[in-house]
Design a protein. Structure first.
Length: 359
């Protein structure tokens, strides 16, 4: 069995419990691949104890090994506290693109015409986030200003990854920025989308303005879509798209980094579930581990290695098939606990890979 390394970023509360479930699925006797799984404790207590040094150490490990699996973590609100580990990880890993994919869960009724997967591919840096802000004047004459910026290399990374994601999943590239109103600023992303379309002529391409993208999402034919977006547009789109499937339990989030000299192959990927730490569910064996398990599967699917890709596919199919056959946690109307659901995914993954190996 060939060895690969996934850096494990531990978290808080139910987030950590669900990470542990996903790691059970990644054992070599389940997936047939030997994985190194170095662990870093990113719980809020350890982040405080180390002054965030553990976050920087974890980021270096993800950069070195190229793959990271992160549990949900608590972000304290008090000024001067340790803040969000995601910001540090994003900056130090060099993450340029965030990908969030919503997919239909069997037995869960989606909204509108949404049936096939929708991936939102957005900038991970720049745009409205991190912009310099200030105010001038007083009273009714007070004026607020903000200086935003985007970079062509980030636009190119978003566009290229969107087309490669569409190519890999049989989807169309849909949507885009409000380039008619903002041809200089938002038009930069549209230029890179058009250039990527030329490089990938076999991928269906249907550019739309961002407001039309929102409007057409619910009235679409249900075909799989990949939507490239600016940072804030994509943040809002993700919060709309994922609940369209009736639950975010089938959704994972990927942070993608690229080398400065190209955007063909990611230099690092960090995956996590799209949900939070759910403190009210901690220790009750009722939380749904599916999104965390799918995050692990997504990492394996992006590795340029046949056994890893097969394992990623087997895990993903096993999750969805289990739900289709009534193996559901309480949030999906079932009676299975966290551990029992994972046990069933493990059983199905083993069987599926054994059958494929015999064919």
């Amino acid at each position: 069995m060939e060895s690969h390394t996934i850096v494990v970023l531990e978290g808080d509360q139910t987030g950590q419990e669900l990470l542990d479930e996903a790691l059970r699925v990644l054992q070599p006797d389940v997936i047939g691949v030997e994985l190194g799984l170095p662990r870093f404790d990113l719980s809020i207590g350890h982040r405080r104890a180390t002054g965030n040094a553990v976050v920087h150490e974890a980021a270096r490990a993800v950069r070195e090994h190229g793959l990271g699996l992160k549990a949900a973590t608590v972000t304290p609100e008090a000024p001067g506290d340790v803040g969000s580990p995601n910001r540090i990880l994003r900056e130090e890993i060099g993450g340029k693109v965030i990908v969030r994919t919503g997919r239909r869960i069997p037995g869960v009724v989606p909204l509108g015409g949404v049936h096939s997967p929708i991936s939102v591919v957005r900038m991970a840096v720049g745009d409205a986030y991190g912009a310099r802000e200030w105010r001038e004047g007083e009273g009714d004459d007070e004026v607020a200003f903000r200086t935003e910026r985007i970079e062509r290399r980030i636009c190119r990374a978003v566009a290229e990854f969107a087309f490669r994601q569409a190519e890999r999943t049989g989807a169309k590239v849909f949507g885009g920025p409000k380039y008619t109103v903002s041809p200089v600023y938002e038009g930069m992303l549209k230029e890179e989308m058009d250039a990527a379309a030329d490089r990938h002529p076999d991928v269906p391409y249907e550019p739309q303005l961002i407001d039309a993208t929102f409007a057409l999402l619910i009235s679409s034919s249900g075909a799989p879509m990949v939507i490239p977006a600016l940072n804030r547009d994509g943040d809002i789109l993700s919060d709309l798209v994922l609940p369209l499937f009736g639950s975010i339990a089938g959704s994972e989030s990927l942070l993608v980094a690229f080398d400065e000299d190209g955007h063909d192959t990611p230099s690092a990927l960090m995956a996590e579930a799209a949900h939070g730490t759910a403190p009210s569910l901690e220790g009750k064996d009722v939380a749904n581990p599916m999104a965390m398990i799918l995050a692990a599967a997504a990492l394996l699917s992006h590795v340029d290695d046949g056994p890893c890709q097969a394992a990623g596919r087997a895990i993903r199919e096993s999750c969805l098939e289990a739900v289709a056959e009534g193996v559901r946690t309480a949030d999906l109307g079932g009676h299975y606990g966290t551990t029992a659901f994972t046990d069933e995914v493990i059983r199905r993954t083993r069987t599926k890979l054994e059958v494929w190996a015999s064919l």
